[in-house]
Design a protein around this ligand. Sequence first.
Ligand code: LLP
Length: 386
Amino acid sequence: MKGVFPLNKFAKLRTPFYYYDTELLRTTLRAINDEASKHEGFIVHYAIKANANPKILRYIREAGLGADCVSGGEVEAALKAGFSNDKIVYAGVGKSDWEINLGLDNDIFCFNVESIPELEIINELAGQKGKVARIAFRLNPNVGAHTHANITTGLAENKFGIAMRDMETVIELASQMEHVKFVGLHFHIGSQILDMGDFQALCNRINELQTQLESHHIRVEHINVGGGLGIDYQHPNRVPIPDFKAYFDTYAKKLKLRPGQTLHFELGRAVVAQCGSLITRTLYIKKGAQKQFAIVDAGFTDLIRPALYQAYHKIENISSDDVNETYDVVGPICESTDVFAKQIDLNTTHRGDYLAIRSTGAYGEIMASGYNCRQLPMGYTSDELL
Ligand code: LLP
């Protein structure tokens, strides 16, 4: 089974470009809201880092999600897309002064603080404005995730978060500061996680920490468990929507929320990955000594995931129904890592055929670069091509 694409509409567009199926995005957002709203106190934010295309942000904001940002630029993108300031959370190990000031000026919901020096600077900058910043501490829970090493974040060896053993010290420190208010704890263990056991391990760790805090009479208003829910890269047509039920149910069953506590999520990939495809045209079919190459006009400047994480993306020739042949699908960039897939079967491919590189709505367009002086890819939604 292949995905369905409006080829006649593609003819006037310069390739490569991202194509977003807004019907699927809407259905995904509905599934998130349906499942999360079954549980009291669950609040879902969208991790803007996955895709900040303003057209995509609009749909997500309209569905009522909050925004999880990791830079001043993302806070600006969230505000511009109409996310309300009290639904913006801001994390990151290295927040610059202007970025903190931007968050303060816009009274964002919460800064997720990752170190003591950062806490001190937020207190100082808030003091200069006569404000009190709401802060949560990002703790490093030392919980592994069964995913690619480059995208695990919650191990003691990673640069993220504050060590658990320092938890009480930093909360105590914050309580003595005039211009910060401690409101919560934040965690994030990694990305593309499909084993609910990993999220359970995080829940168990948070339960332990909460008990520990209660013995010191410390109350936490908000718990933020980050994002990380993975998607099915192998079967974008058969499994277009991640299992949000299993995900939220895991937290509902395993995390012991205290009365009145809210539980925040920061989902990125699971929201947008499946609705996007990178559309590229075949430039040449080159028959090498041992294999044949489909050389396409997209490169790792448009989609870096295969080169950076050896990520798999399903590729379909959406112009041809001819019998299958085996190809390496490669881009035009002058680096040997510029390969989208090796030895895959595609319908016999000819110059000019459109290929769809699937499940690229997350960490695709947003990670594009201008290396080789290449132009950045455009992003179009199915709605606007109607
Ligand atoms: N919250 C925090 C603090 C994060 O660091 C991340 C992702 C998320 C939420 C969203 O995670 P998600 O739900 O999307 O898994 N470029 C990589 C992924 C990097 C993820 C970084 N942090 C990739 O293409 O696989």
